[in-house]
Design a protein around this ligand. Structure first.
Ligand code: ADE
Length: 250
């Protein structure tokens, strides 16, 4: 049977989902609350990892080893990694990389030593299902669940869905010049965040299918700290809720 682990870094990215868990039970482990229950008839475990790769890796490993999840979805926000990617757009990972991992000259830059992996590839089926869910959410739910005032405030006209490379690192990107450096090393970059590729490595090592979906909260530039906080406060959880509802109900 399926048991879906749902990870977000911060409370604001997952609030609506936890409120809707049926038969919710909270189990505290390693300073995190794992909330088991069912979402639209799917057995789920929701948890907040907190920020960064280590936090995300520990959480993913615990979900797998202690809670026996069969699949993991990470939902949260990210900074835009390309000019075509705007605040309010959705980025779905087809590849993930740890942009701050560099054991050269012993191993190629970005390669996870002794695994031979640089780019982690999420489960295709689960990722396709997320893509469908995100499309349904934008087409059918988005106008109703995102306030007109918020749509104006964030200039969220017709969000788009992008698929491609997401880069994770223990760094909040808030300088245009830093983003350019990442872009030079990883030209296909679509979004930057701080957890996805860590979850990917753990899931790869345990053979657990996973997928990562991110809503763009900021442009990873000098405005990022302010834009990020506004976005997570006002709209992030409504995306997560809408997309996961579609994923589970489909
Ligand atoms: N998550 C959301 N915005 C981010 C940014 N600019 N850098 C890293 N992680 C993020």
């Amino acid at each position: 049977p399926i048991r879906l682990g749902i990870i977000s870094a911060m409370h604001q990215e997952q609030a609506g989902l936890i409120d809707n868990l049926l038969d919710a039970h909270t189990i505290r482990r390693g300073m995190r609350d794992y909330v088991t229950g069912s979402l639209w008839d799917i057995d789920c475990v929701c948890v907040l990892s907190r920020l960064g790769k280590v936090a995300a890796a520990a959480t993913a490993a615990t979900l797998i080893e202690r809670f026996g999840v069969t699949h993991i979805v990470f939902t949260g926000v990210a900074g835009a990694g390309d000019r075509d990617v705007r605040v309010g757009d959705i980025v779905i990972a087809r590849q993930l990389v740890q942009h701050d991992l560099d054991a050269s000259p012993l191993f190629p830059r970005h390669e996870v030593p002794l695994t031979g992996q640089s780019l982690f590839v999420p489960d295709q089926r689960l990722t396709d299902q997320l893509l469908q869910a995100a499309g349904d959410f934008l087409d059918q739910d988005f106008p109703a669940v995102i306030d007109i005032a918020d749509r104006d405030a964030f200039r969220l006209h017709r969000p788009r869905i992008h698929q491609g490379l997401i880069a994770s690192g223990d760094e909040f990107i808030s300088k245009r010049t830093r983003l350019e450096e990442l872009k030079t090393a990883l030209p296909e970059l679509q979004a930057v965040e701080m957890e996805g590729a860590a979850v990917a490595q753990v899931c790869f090592e345990f053979g657990v299918p996973y997928a990562v979906i991110r809503t763009i909260s900021d442009a990873a530039n000098e405005d990022a700290p302010v834009d990020f906080l506004k976005f997570i406060e006002r709209v992030a959880s409504r995306y997560a809720f809408g997309i996961v509802r579609r994923l589970c109900a489909n």
